[in-house]
Design a binder for this molecule. Sequence first.
Ligand code: PGA
Length: 252
Amino acid sequence: MSARTPVIAGNWKMHKTTTEAHRYVNELVELIRGVEGVEVVLCPPYTSLPEVTALAAGSGMRVAAQNMHFEESGAFTGEISAAMLVDIGVSDVILGHSERRQYFAESDDDLARKVPAALAAGIRPILCVGESDEEREAGQTEEKLERQVTRDLEAVSGEQAAGIIVAYEPIWAIGTGKTATPAIAGDACGFIRETLAGMFGRETAEAVRILYGGSVKPNNIGELMAEEHIDGALVGGACLDPGDFSQIVRFG
Ligand code: PGA
């Protein structure tokens, strides 16, 4: 067991109205009352962030946005800045989720600006990286992970790096029900830690929490958490039900 505190984050994606969010958080708070030693992060859509931060206050849960722009303000219709998130009590932000990269053309150049912008505003980035099916088949998994980690974190200082969370999310496992085996996920997370050690030094790399994401469910979280380099999970589909998510928070 490492000294790193586990993190379980629930990425709601484009699900739940604010009314539904209200009911969900109240239920979840009851279901995980008394659970200790794990950081829980709720990642609702922008519209529910004020409600969720208010309801989660005092529960110990953190609240993340699912994206943000790298500029502080300006003529960027439809975008949200770090300062706007801080102002409503948001503590974390998911950056570089594969759906943002795939459907919204988010690039490593964008991420190399978003990560430092979040850190400068005092928001903790949860940076997502991961390979596609084709890349894994072609033996390019490590190359892809190394490229994403190196480029997306290029403007981050050694001091800042320890506070970042990295989520390994193989694209072929997201929303497909095809979870990576614990060994595959553990190896990839270990490789990400080696990459971080090369960039920021061993001590910093050992402090970074690395999560696995991709079809995490109550019945597979236990074996994933047993892997040395997996420090938690970024959960999509299975976080939408408070009962399932509370089981994942308890590691199954
Ligand atoms: P999933 O999504 O758990 O539904 O596979 C994970 C994610 O996209 O973060």
